[in-house]
Design a protein around this ligand. Structure first.
Ligand SMILES: Nc1ncnc2c1ncn2[C@@H]1O[C@H](COP(=O)(O)OP(=O)(O)OP(=O)(O)O)[C@@H](O)[C@H]1O
Length: 370
């Protein structure tokens, strides 16, 4: 039986919006994460996808308690983190590490690699004496594919891909159980992206790591994830195993995201359904009532959608979960979309992307390449 490492229940992060001369008046809240529940099994990867601003990073940070949740619970390997005293939380932190999008800004430019890797070991009082630490660091460099001479060099002396390897080494040297990787490859060239993703997969297998991978690139998420969660305005709208989600997207938002992805086969591409989403992403400070997506949904119905917020529910007998009142009727075609056009959805800054070339570099097996 698979064991659950992380169990998040009804997690909320509401940032206060402050006004007044001394910013002492709270006039509202940005509901960055608004009731997310998910589980991550030991040794598996949960991929989180969604447009910029939908709350992915805040969810990742709240899971690690780097941002204090407003509500809900986070259970990590049997320990409730939201109520854990600071001292115990600090020692728990070694087991939960984070990898960031831009290693240049997350690595101290004045520290050489040895010092970057030693710092964490010292902070947590692990790794043994000086000689043992050096041995451990040397082994970690090998594991992430960096040469030993890297130890005396500084972050600016490396390429982007190598810097991300340093970021990964900094996390892995602490022997964590969970790594939250927030857009781990989106700052890298496509060819380098594939190498870093393959490295993450190799390390997972070797070290039994559990990942939460946050990305707006569907190809990255599909390739690396056992389970994919799609986020919209602070909430999960759909969750399924990677292939299931891509082969059978059920939520109108997921369908719109998928429909924006070009297919390399010209014949298939010609027949591809493209769904235009009306309007902009609403503000998380003032989310729509009922289903958060109903203001942009081509399948929205006059009843329920505007006034009843759908929760995630299992469709069929498996693990595919969807937060849509009408998922079955939409899938069967009983409910038709108001507008299916030749326009591509979700374009513009921060839109969910899919790189055909990355998918090719990763040798995505079968199915539509996203
Ligand atoms: N410290 C903060 N104070 C106030 N609002 C915040 C804070 N951090 C994030 N937000 C807001 O919360 C919402 C979710 O942001 P978040 O960065 O989690 O989204 P995201 O999906 O990770 O987007 P991106 O991919 O652009 O980072 C956004 O509207 C953002 O402006």
């Amino acid at each position: 039986m698979t064991e659950v490492l992380v169990e998040v229940d009804d997690l909320k992060v509401h940032f206060p919006i402050k006004r007044g001369a001394f910013f002492d008046r709270v006039v509202g809240h940005v509901k960055a994460v608004d009731g997310v529940s998910l589980r991550i099994e030991k040794g598996k990867t949960y991929g989180l996808v969604g447009e910029s601003g939908c709350g992915k990073s805040t969810l990742g940070r709240a899971l690690l308690q780097l941002t204090k949740p407003t509500g809900g619970t986070v259970n990590f390997d049997g320990t409730e983190l939201t109520t854990l005293p600071t001292k115990q939380l600090r020692s728990m932190r070694r087991r939960m590490q984070m990898i960031f999008q831009d290693p240049m800004s997350s690595l101290d430019p004045r520290q050489n690699v040895e010092s970057i890797l030693t710092e964490g070991l010292q902070a947590h009082g692990i790794g043994g004496d000086r000689a043992e630490r050096r041995k451990l660091i040397a082994k970690t460099l090998d594991a992430v594919g960096l040469p030993q001479w890297a130890l005396s060099r500084y972050p600016h002396e490396f390429s982007g891909g190598q810097r991300q390897r340093i970021g990964i080494a900094r996390a892995v040297v602490l022997n964590p159980d969970l790594i939250v990787a927030d857009e781990p490859v989106s700052a890298l060239d496509v060819s380098i992206q594939a190498q870093v993703i393959n490295l993450l997969e190799d390390l997972q297998e070797e070290l039994g790591l559990t990942y939460l991978v946050i990305a707006h690139d569907l190809a990255v998420v599909r390739h690396i994830s056992d389970t994919v969660g799609v986020m919209y305005l602070g909430a999960l709208v759909e969750e399924a195993s990677g292939d299931d989600l891509y082969e059978r997207p059920l939520h109108p938002y997921t369908r719109a995201l998928m429909s924006a992805v070009p297919v390399p086969d010209p014949e298939v591409e010609d027949r591809r359904e493209r769904i235009l989403l009306a309007g902009d992403l609403p503000s998380p400070a003032n989310p729509p009532s009922g289903c958060r997506f109903h203001t942009r949904c081509p399948w929205a119905q006059p009843t329920r959608c505007g006034d009843e917020r759908p929760g995630l529910r299992v469709i069929g007998t498996g693990t595919h979960r969807v937060a849509c009142h009408w998922a079955e009727q939409i899938e069967s075609g009983e409910i038709r979309p108001h507008a299916v056009t030749a326009e591509v959805v979700a374009d513009g800054a921060g839109a969910v992307e899919a790189h055909g070339t990355l998918a090719a570099a990763l040798e995505t097996p079968g199915g539509p390449v996203v």
